[in-house]
Design a binder for this molecule. Sequence first.
Ligand SMILES: *[C@@H]1O[C@H](CO)[C@@H](O)[C@H](O)[C@H]1NC(C)=O
Ligand SMILES: *[C@@H]1O[C@H](CO)[C@@H](O)[C@H](O)[C@H]1NC(C)=O
Ligand SMILES: *[C@@H]1O[C@H](CO)[C@@H](O)[C@H](O)[C@H]1NC(C)=O
Ligand SMILES: [Zn+2]
Length: 508
Amino acid sequence: MAQFLTVCFLYVLTLLYVSSRSIHKSNSETPTFDEKNRDHWNLQAQWILRTKLASPLNTKVAKNVILFLGDGMSITTLAATRVYLGQKYGHLGEELKLSFEAFPYTGLAKTYCVDHNVADSACSGTAYLTGVKANSGTVGLSAAVKRGDCKGQRDGIHSVTGLMDWAQKAGKGTGFVTTTRVTHATPAASYAHSADRRWEADSDLPKKGLRCEDIATQLVKGQVGSKIDVILGGGRRNFFSKNQKDIEGYNGYRSDGVDLIREWKLKKEALGVSPKYVYHKAGLLSLDENHYNSVLGLFSPDHMPYHLEAGDDDPTLSEMTQKAIQILKKKKNGFFLFVEGGRIDTAHHETKTRKALDETAEFAKAVEAALRLVDLQETLVVVTSDHSHTMTYNGYSKRGTDILGLANKMNGSDNMPYTILSYANGPGYKPDDQHQKRHNLAFDNLSHINYTYPALVPIARETHGGEDVAVFARGPWAHLFTGNYEQNFLPHAIAYAACMGPGLTSCK
Ligand SMILES: *[C@@H]1O[C@H](CO)[C@@H](O)[C@H](O)[C@H]1NC(C)=O
Ligand SMILES: *[C@@H]1O[C@H](CO)[C@@H](O)[C@H](O)[C@H]1NC(C)=O
Ligand SMILES: *[C@@H]1O[C@H](CO)[C@@H](O)[C@H](O)[C@H]1NC(C)=O
Ligand SMILES: [Zn+2]
């Protein structure tokens, strides 16, 4: 390990040296002097080779597991975010790595659902959290249950549980962190069973017919939900009544009048743990992790705001991740933490690419923050995504061109410019005034944070994409994550590494 770290460190130093020289020696229009030198490429490739040769397989038990999920974080999104982040720090950009792109093992996961060729966050969450592929729109249920089938949900026989449950049964601490509502499809797949992802609060249930238990109730009272030690994210309104206002003056959304935040506290106290509810950044950061071992943080009535629009009261994904680890680290049998960067996806749906890349950059920072807090020899860290989006990265601009700008010195055959990043469909569709030609982008304001990047087909919400997503792994058994496999393989491999769950484990 020491050798591995040294090699990594030297490699980083070399790159920093090379890139600092590049910045001084060249303007950003042309490739750097050093990149024109064959030694630059040979030296760099040799470092990678040495690093790989010097790293033995880690077959220890994974005491801790952190699963990071960038919602809608396609491989194209990663490539574009490298440039976005690199350019922020004065580099050309393309040559940089996001924190997790330096992990030693990568794979590709196939994301389709049982009923649809392109996944939504619900069926996909069920796959990578429970190990079973499902129908789109459903969470924590096998594909025997169709979307909206309340009876199928109530029957119970089709319910599936996974990493959260297995970790709890193995005596580990458990938690999740998200920038969406804590009842949104992605986190919900870790603790709930719902025939419709939209049934987040009782008010979302169909007015007629069978009543099913809503997702917020399952988080507070469910078998798995009630045992989760750390819950941090948005979506406060789903936890209290329509007729009440919270401390920030926002109305609740529940019709049954139940105060789930109060019930969460009582339930935890009954279990003999000391719970703490927080609702803003200062409350989270000042929380003494030695005093509380269970924390519910609901920082926003709905999804948490985009990082580019966040206020002083909104904690960042990194801050939430760090606090969650500090609390869970006290568990003697280790922990399982699930961290979602949830707003990459919502930004893509709006074709607001600047926000999507910025959210991905924030996600990469959260991974980096986590790596600093754990023992990497006994912590398995897996970073992946649930599905792709339709964004493409178009050629052929000069190195270092603003990734959010127009392709430079290039026009279409209609002699009008095009953006480097654009979508196959979505709200960014721009008809020309005469409906004969393409809209001329030359006068659009691409610096605006809400600029909707161009789309070929008009659709109110851009769709997900169907190609594979990347999986990055480091730590115990990280080498299991190489290859190309179905997405539902992920929790099976994680459980093997961490010695939990009903399947094969590295301990038995
Ligand atoms: C591309 O199109 C823009 C706007 O239509 C025009 O001003 C510019 O000269 C064109 N550039 C090239 C390289 O053809
Ligand atoms: C473009 O948007 C940016 C950021 O919102 C703003 O500062 C700038 O004034 C806008 N430019 C034009 C020409 O409207
Ligand atoms: C961007 O859009 C959001 C709504 O999605 C709005 O709240 C915000 O004010 C807009 N920002 C700017 C700079 O126009
Ligand atoms: Zn989505």
